[in-house]
Design a protein around this ligand. Structure first.
Ligand SMILES: [Zn+2]
Length: 831
């Protein structure tokens, strides 16, 4: 007979053996009910790993790398036993079937569904839902799971933005009592700055997918490209008083979405409404969320042949575990999970039911472009000479998106649309010019990113409406209706740094011509190498230098001794910039190296304002720019203790877009510091803080009294409001490139304008950038009328210091390459 203890032990082993064969649900694994708490990222990932370890025949984990804060990113692949066994064959066949990998692929592959949860960190229902989806599909016992897994392989990103997600859950859990508090005043409904929406560098990862400026996106899209899924669903949340949004999307649709992609939008509505109608859950479709700007989680996949979609649950940051809605209902995390789970299933079922047709249309999307080219213009030519650094940077961007390009190996005479003057004209393709044509698998994406004007079928979009890469990179470019191919995959560079054998260099000269010289300068600063700036044009070593040339003289760098030449050229080579060795201080024309127009540049100590009142993404743009792109130290200063900061320990203070009334109590403290030699850089609405104040040149134009239109209609109020909007359009800005702020620029530059600019020109200052003509993108008619004769970039000399007005951000979302040099100039050269 068994004694009691042995019986207990026996029962334990028996029950354990049974449990080991069945997969634990998230509730069982975590030991709490669905929606009863926000987990931490490592817990959710722990569950995914547990599932993979217990169901290896159906689940495989692909690690993507780590976030900036060190959290793992991963994809959980779930499929039938057969599909998981053949997973690599499926992946390769899919790429081969669409021409992105050499060889003949197996045509008989499952459809690939890719579900991305929680790209915005505080839209936390999504990662909480992902574990439920993983369980449902990995367990594989429901009728739906059985059906889907027969012909579909599922890739799940449980949390696209782990750093933002944990920022939210750590904050929320800190304030949670025994149960959630529904009182609107409770702290748990008021997330503090900067909120969990953004990643570490405060970027919006759902605006970054095409540009891939952020580590999380780079790792994610690298994986995406190695798979090229047939469907991509992006899971979000909106305000807690909204219901649920699922496709079909709102207009505008981009004109290049295929008929099948449009039909599938409707189909998603049909599949998702079933569960919602049955349960009586409220929802809406066809409003707010459009398919236009190419860097979202729905559009980027769509322009990559997939069925792309956005789902939005009402909830997000303020919702917490329970929220009292305006309509009197209580919204719980559990409700939110049920809804998002339901649309996850709806998307998978729709795809599974349309599996064959989806694959056929997907393959056609790529193969048609490759065979026939795509769009009105078939080729795009970017001029190389004088733009080497920009072309190189563009090539890196295209590599990230798998868009093929080549370089001309001979001269030819052609004609095309000139991006600069907006005219059709004859021009010559010269050796090394970069050529992109749409006869390639990614031909549609290439067309969408290069076409000079994007056709907008409806102006009601909530994001920028123009983005053509030749404008973003400020490159002279042409669009051609004929097919053109280059002969080589690499341009032929002449050696850029050449030192005459054995000769002693007097100074190195490098004309500021691109952002690459800014990076070079940042490195020289960090290595404590003395740099001078020649403001006047001159000729030396047989070369003409324009205004703004960096001179690294042996004088002042004696500590480098005989290492001087080797050290400076090594840094120049690392940034691939032009550097000319000169062997005398006497130049051929213009001022000599010891002239008064030559001044020493000191490495500035730079401060950046962050904190409540400041737009997180605007602060993030600047932070990431200095820390990651320019690789130069920047001190983050929170507004909460700004009053106690000794400004005189800084050389440059940057105020990003925001409201400063509550942060800087005494603006005179700032202007006193400027008088003593400080430089303040004001971006966008930060300019309003100083505009019109004593001693400040910048003033708003007086506005005519708004006339009330007595005939306006209530029903068309949303449409009418569009007249006052500029969601993001490209304008030409006319530059005074003899001012240090615009060194290295041509006479004009293309700038992304998304603020209504309405200041007067400075009367006693430098109007370095004046708004020129509209180039591309939507501008409301009222805005268009207002924005005439206005500065975009201006500098006021104030005592020994400078006030630098950047009324539009030149470094928007980290992808507008053409503006990066200006931001660096503002910090390094304006003094
Ligand atoms: Zn979102």
């Amino acid at each position: 007979m068994l004694n009691i203890n042995k019986l207990a032990l026996f029962l334990f082993f028996v029950s354990h053996a049974i449990i080991a064969q069945t997969l634990k649900s998230p509730e069982e694994y975590f030991g709490n009910a669905t929606g009863s708490k926000f987990h931490f990222h490592h817990q959710l990932i722990g569950y995914a790993e547990y599932v993979a370890a217990n169901k290896p025949e159906n689940v495989k984990i692909f690690p993507l790398g780590f976030t900036t804060e060190g959290r793992p990113q991963m994809i959980v692949a779930i499929g039938s036993k057969e599909n998981i066994q053949n997973i690599e064959l499926i992946r390769k066949s899919n790429l081969q079937n669409i021409g992105l990998m050499a060889g003949a692929g197996n045509k008989n592959i499952p459809t690939i569904a890719y579900l991305s949860y929680n790209v915005h960190g505080n839209e936390s229902v999504n990662a909480e839902t992902s574990v439920k989806v993983i369980y449902e599909m990995a367990n594989g016992t429901s009728d739906l799971a059985k059906k889907v897994l027969k012909n579909t392989l599922i890739l799940i990103d449980p949390c696209v933005n782990p750093d933002g997600f944990d920022r939210y859950s750590q904050w929320y859990n800190r304030y949670l009592g025994k149960k959630p508090d529904l009182h609107a005043a409770s702290v748990e409904h008021h997330e503090p700055w900067p909120g969990g929406r953004f990643n570490h560098y405060l970027f919006d990862l759902n605006r970054d997918i095409a540009w891939q400026t952020q580590k999380e996106t780079q790792q994610r899209i690298n994986f995406y490209n190695s798979w090229m899924p047939h469907l991509h669903a992006d899971f979000h949340e909106m305000g807690p008083n909204s219901t649920y949004y699922f496709p079909p999307s709102a207009k505008p649709f981009h004109e290049d979405l295929t008929g099948f992609q449009r039909e599938f939008q409707e189909l998603l509505g049909q599949y998702n409404k079933k569960a919602f109608d049955e349960k009586g859950w409220l929802y809406f479709t066809k409003e707010n969320y459009d398919l236009f700007y190419p860097s979202y989680g729905d559009t980027y996949p769509s322009y990559n042949g997939a069925i792309g979609m956005t789902f939005e649950q009402g909830g997000g940051g303020p919702a917490g575990l329970a929220y009292k809605r305006n309509d009197g209902d209580t919204l719980t995390l559990k409700d939110r999970i049920m809804h998002s789970f339901s649309t996850s299933m709806g998307a998978l079922e729709a795809l599974s039911d349309k599996s064959e047709k989806t694959i056929e249309e997907f393959n056609k999307f790529f193969n048609d472009a490759q065979g026939k080219g795509f769009g009105k213009y078939k080729s795009y030519v970017m001029k190389f000479k004088g733009n080497e650094a920009k072309v190189k940077a563009l090539a890196e961007q295209l590599d990230k998106m798998q868009i093929e390009y080549s370089f001309a190996n001979k001269k030819s005479a052609v004609s095309g649309f000139n991006y600069q003057n907006q005219k059709e004209e004859a021009f010559s393709v010269d050796e090394n010019d970069m050529i992109v044509n749409s006869y390639q698998p990614k031909g549609v994406l290439a067309k969408i990113l290069f076409e000079p004007k994007s056709y907008l079928e409806d102006s009601n979009t909530y994001d920028i409406t123009a983005w053509a890469l030749p404008y973003a990179y400020d490159l002279p470019a042409f669009a051609l209706s004929q097919k053109l191919s280059g002969g080589t995959t690499k341009p032929k560079f002449d050696s850029k740094v050449e030192i005459a054998n054995g000769k002693r260099v007097f100074a190195f000269a490098s004309e500021v011509s691109s952002f690459e010289e800014s990076k070079f300068l940042a490195q020289l600063f960090k290595e404590k190498i003395k740099v001078r700036l020649q403001e006047a044009p001159f000729k030396a070593g047989g070369k003409d230098f324009g205004a703004g040339t960096l001179l690294i003289t042996r004088k002042g760098n004696e500590n480098l001794g005989e290492n001087f030449e080797a050290k400076v050229t090594a840094i120049a080579k690392a940034f691939d910039i032009n550097l000319l060795p000169l062997y005398s201080g006497l130049v051929e024309s213009g001022p000599d190296m010891g002239a008064s127009s030559v001044d020493v540049l000191n490495p500035p100590k730079i401060g950046l304002m962050v904190g409540a009142g400041i737009t997180p993404t605007a602060a993030g743009d600047v932070w990431h720019f200095f820390d990651q792109q320019l690789d130069y130290p920047i001190t983050l200063i929170d507004g909460s203790y700004f009053g106690r900061v000794d400004l005189w320990t800084l050389d440059v203070l940057i105020l990003p877009n925001g409201q400063y009334g509550n942060i800087i109590k005494d603006h005179k403290e700032v202007t006193r510091w400027v008088s003593d030699g400080g430089r303040v850089i004001l971006l966008e609405s930060a300019n309003d803080f100083l505009a019109g104040k004593d001693g400040i040149e910048l003033k708003s134009k007086s506005k005519p009294d708004a006339k009330n239109d007595i005939n306006k209609s209530y029903g068309s109020r949303d449409r009418d409001a569009i007249s006052d909007q500029i969601p993001g359009a490209i304008y030409k800005v006319n530059l005074d490139n003899t001012h240090p702020l615009a060194y290295g620029y041509e006479k004009t530059s293309n700038v992304m304008i998304k603020n209504t600019l309405d200041n007067e020109y400075l009367k006693n200052g430098w109007n370095v950038g004046k708004l020129g003509e509209h180039v591309s993108g939507f501008v409301g008619q009222n805005v268009k009328k207002t924005m005439k004769d206005v500065p975009v970039f201006a500098v006021q000399d104030h005592g020994k210091g400078k006030i630098i007005h950047l009324l539009e951000s030149p470094i928007f979302r980290g992808f507008w390459y053409g503006g990066k040099l200006m931001m660096a100039n503002a910090a390094f050269l304006v003094r």
